[in-house]
Ligand binder design. Structure first.
Ligand code: GLA
Length: 369
């Protein structure tokens, strides 16, 4: 019996939020919190899926997979298995056991890690593989088609292509990647508000549709490609009344956030953590005020983080509406920060937050056992 184990990391995003479906820049870090997928081949055409964190198994016949969202956690795997087979990859029946320490639904990209870990196991059991970029693109397309979330490509690409000790600067228009060394003297700490937004996918898709409407209006007026990546601040000001308050805010977030990503990379390269921290705070304010994807608990976490010693900056990370904030903390203050933020958040909300000191990790891999 052929056996494989895939390891797929989660990610934090340092800066560049809600820019990836606008052809913009993102700067995620693939992290040591991960999903593990143990795969064993079967001698029939059945795919069995089990998760250590979710009760009950799911079974699919590989010859009768149906496309489209069903609203079940298994959509990610059914969807990508369907797409891999449509791409003429002959998958084999398999048992997939999913485990790991990446918290689910906390904005650390558990969905992409789950999907990519399962896809890599299935590919390895079929004695084949896929280039990391191609796998990320396939997984993103698959998410859009079969889970109902019209996500961008950041999470999937961070999962397949991240590198330990580096952040990954991705231009989502060209898909060009640059690895940017992380500062040694600062730690990244993720602080889980423990809030899960009930309709995060609905609100996410709504933001994406708003960005598309804004981009179309701007493109018609200024005759460029219909993407907010092409828009400038001057154009936004010019079109402000035509856009209206909501679309203007959405577009302003994207245009300003793209600029912040590049400034952040420059700051990391210069070792200027004060500037990097200020950019994180500006990003958070823009996500809160212009893009409207924060929530009271994320705002509170950022505020409490900024009250702790040795913190350069903090912001929500991921899609928002709950989940984690991250803080950039001087390494010699990281331990004290951990204790203090946990205590302060608990005191303010009555909720015990989970705090994760972040270690970077390499992108996903699979091996034969
Ligand atoms: C989610 C999506 C990503 C990205 C972020 C927001 O994590 O999966 O594609 O859009 O939200 O930056």
């Amino acid at each position: 019996m052929k056996r494989v184990r895939a390891r797929a990391p989660g990610r934090v995003n340092l800066i560049g939020e809600h820019t990836d479906y606008n052809d913009g820049f993102v700067l995620p870090v693939s992290i040591a919190l991960q999903v593990l997928v143990d795969g064993v081949e079967r001698d029939d055409r059945v795919l069995v899926l089990r998760s250590a964190k979710i009760e009950g198994e799911r079974r699919f016949n590989l010859d009768a997979l149906e496309p489209g969202p069903r609203g079940d956690w298994s959509d990610y795997v059914r969807g990508i298995a369907y797409d891999l087979q449509r791409a003429d990859i002959q998958l084999r029946g398999a048992e997939l056991d999913v485990s790991g320490d990446l918290p689910i639904g906390s904005g650390l990209s558990s969905s992409a890690a789950f999907e990519i870990g399962c896809a890599m196991s299935l590919l390895a059991l079929a004695s084949t593989g896929m280039d990391p970029l191609e796998l990320a693109r396939t997984a993103q397309r698959s998410d859009n088609a079969h889970t109902g979330a019209r996500c961008g490509i950041m999470d999937q690409l961070a999962c397949t292509s991240g590198r330990r000790a580096n952040a990954l600067l991705l231009d989502t228009r060209s898909l060009a990647i640059e690895h940017v060394p992380l500062p040694r003297e600062a730690a990244i700490v993720a602080c889980n508000t423990m809030v899960r937004h009930e309709n995060a996918a609905g609100a996410y898709n709504e933001r994406r549709a708003e960005c598309e409407r804004a981009a179309e209006l701007l493109a018609r007026r200024f005759r460029h490609a219909a993407s907010l990546r092409e828009a400038t601040s001057a154009e936004l000001e010019d079109a402000r009344s035509a856009l209206g308050d909501v679309l203007y805010g959405r577009a302003r977030h994207v245009v300003s956030e793209n600029a912040r990503v590049l400034e952040y990379v420059a700051a990391l390269t210069m070792g200027d953590l004060e500037v990097a921290g200020a950019l994180m705070l500006a990003s958070h304010a823009s996500l809160r005020d212009d893009f409207d994807v924060s929530c009271a608990e994320l705002d509170l976490m950022v505020e409490l983080a900024m009250g702790c010693d040795g913190v350069y900056g903090a912001r929500m990370t991921g899609g928002g509406f709950g989940g984690c904030a991250i803080a950039l903390v001087a390494r010699d203050h990281a331990e004290a920060f951990h204790r203090r933020i946990a205590r302060d958040y608990h005191a303010a909300t009555g909720v015990v937050p989970e705090i994760y000191p972040i270690e970077s990790a390499d992108g996903a891999e699979v091996r034969l056992l």
